[in-house]
Design a protein around this ligand. Sequence first.
Ligand SMILES: Nc1ncnc2c1ncn2[C@@H]1O[C@H](COP(=O)(O)OP(=O)(O)OP(=O)(O)O)[C@@H](O)[C@H]1O
Ligand SMILES: [Mg+2]
Length: 454
Amino acid sequence: MRTKLFLAFMFIILLAVLSNIVFERLIIEDFNDFISGTEEDHIYWIMATVEGSFKNGQWDRQVLGEALHWSMMLGLEAYVEDMSGARMLSSTEVHDGMDPNMMERMHSLLKLPSGIGEFTWYPLYVKGEEIGRLYIRPLERLGLMPLREEIFKKRGREFLLISFLIAGGGALFLSVLFTIFLSNPIRRLTRSAEKIAEGDFSVPGPRAHKKLKDEIDRLTDSFNFMAEALRREDSLRKHLTSNIAHELRTPLTVIKGNLEAVEDGIISDPNIVIKNISSEIDRLISLVEGIEDITRAEASFFRKGKLEEVNLKELIEGIAEGMKKIIEGKGLYLKIDGIAMSVETYPEKIHIILKNLLTNACKFTDAGGITIVWGKRPLETGEGFYISVEDTGKGIEESDLSKIFDRFYKGENSGGKGLGLAIVKELAEVIGGKVEVESILNKGTRFTINFYPK
Ligand SMILES: Nc1ncnc2c1ncn2[C@@H]1O[C@H](COP(=O)(O)OP(=O)(O)OP(=O)(O)O)[C@@H](O)[C@H]1O
Ligand SMILES: [Mg+2]
């Protein structure tokens, strides 16, 4: 990645150099064109003046002299011939007749007119009739004039060099920035991926907290989700396997013990054996069902179900209605207490959570009853809600409070599998809730789930 970025920026710098060279060529060419363009303008101007010196079929030597004088000042040597080929006037003659001051000035700028060299001729016209020819050639310039042009060209080159340095420096700076912002998060991702590949799921992935997420942030999010999924899967596999082995051992040992007792003649009544074995098999079946339930709850991390806008009061009333028969059948009351409010949640999951909490409350309460309370819970992060299930039952020992959510943990006389609360906790967390428990021994227990806004 870094090498590719580096190569890409080198390529940009190379392009900048090339464009600089082409640009420089073009500018110098344009400048030369400009110089020769002005030279042409000068020639036309001299031609017009020379033509102006021909009046009424006669050359005005005074005006002609001035025209050739000016042509010399512009760096051009010239002479004029009439139609018969006779030389009317030349720069050499004009030069010889100049006053000494002017002559000196000219000597500092130009090589003197000699009449020798390659002249170009131009036809001269007056009123459409050819009157003669103007012969012209550039004089070699001395001193300051060519120097100025050189200075201009040098300046041009310096300017291009500076612009190249700025562009090249900018490209280099950008390449460093890109490397930091682009390749660093990817390097972190790669490192985390390598850790996971080695079987270490404990390392948290790189964080992408930004609100405005770019592709890399989204990639990081997906990676973190995947890493979390793998971590859960791994811990589920480890825990479940050891828990299941442990849970299976008890009924299987009892079955084996019963069969051995028959073999050894210790138990002679086959009905007792059949009853014992059958009840252990029931335990095994319910254990398998429980494992299915908890696996489903774990899997809901991947399949949350449908997020719906629901009326919480109606949802809870519906769930309570389903449990009413069992609760009231035990001689307990079931109260619900909350306002009508609309929440965004996963009703299916809420259903399973409440059913488990109500079943527990009913199972561990002998007198009094159960109350379901719910309401809004304003939080710093926004508006959340809570649901709690209270009972007037036997309560939980303080030392047990930390264990009740563990898989397969069950209290005395539970008769269950010890999976209900593990499922409640798992599902609540999957849909963004957190379970709390408060309990006073022999007075009652309250389970509260706080749902935080997304
Ligand atoms: N409302 C409650 N009052 C008193 N004790 C409770 C209450 N709810 C749970 N417990 C204690 O926590 C233990 C774990 O509960 P959990 O629901 O996980 O398992 P279970 O009810 O024993 O079995 P399962 O739900 O799998 O049929 C229970 O065995 C019980 O000791
Ligand atoms: Mg239970």
